[in-house]
Design a protein around this ligand. Structure first.
Ligand code: IDP
Ligand code: MG
Length: 149
């Protein structure tokens, strides 16, 4: 079973889209195992986005993600990483398929609403950055057998 980190970024919080965004993952069948509202510090932002250090959009990216609180979430399910990336849509909303979160609700790469880990390895690293082990809960859903075989 995979786990992945999702962020409803500051634009999602500001635009009142947090519920809609969480709902997309819930309705897909993913199980929420961790959830919180937090202000991302500059230090956490730089660590989280360390692969982008030196790129021209790095500074505005850090300013964007630290501007106001975000909602951080860990979801679980078979192929959770890939499923969530598909539900989120392409990085640039112009290229994001309608039906995806970015393809339905956003217009520009610098305001693309959601983060989702890009691999199982990244997911492990990012989940640890945002959540303590004690904040991730294991529980059974009564509906589980109607969601996965
Ligand atoms: P991802 O969020 O789809 O994984 P990444 O390439 O990891 O995309 O980039 C991280 C974030 O940095 C993007 O979601 C977006 O907010 C921002 N970003 C990426 N490329 C650009 C760019 O060319 N201009 C402005 N912002 C960008
Ligand atoms: Mg990425």
């Amino acid at each position: 079973m995979e786990r992945t980190l999702l962020l409803a970024k500051p634009d999602a919080v500001q635009r009142g889209l947090v519920g809609e965004i969480i709902s997309r993952f819930e309705r897909r069948g993913l199980q929420i195992v961790g959830l919180k509202l937090l202000a991302i510090s500059t230090q956490l932002a730089k660590e989280h986005y360390r692969e982008h250090v030196g790129k021209p959009f790095f500074k505005p990216l850090v300013e964007y993600i630290t501007a106001t609180p975000v909602v951080a979430m860990v979801v679980e399910g078979p192929n959770a990483v890939e499923l969530c990336r598909a539900t989120i849509g392409a990085t640039n909303p112009v290229a994001a398929t309608p039906g995806s979160i970015r393809g339905d609700l956003s217009m520009q790469v610098g305001r693309n609403l959601v983060h989702g880990s890009d691999s199982v390895k990244s997911a492990k690293r990012e989940v640890k950055l945002f959540f303590k082990t004690s904040e991730l809960l294991t529980y059974k859903r009564a509906t589980q057998r109607w969601i996965t075989e």
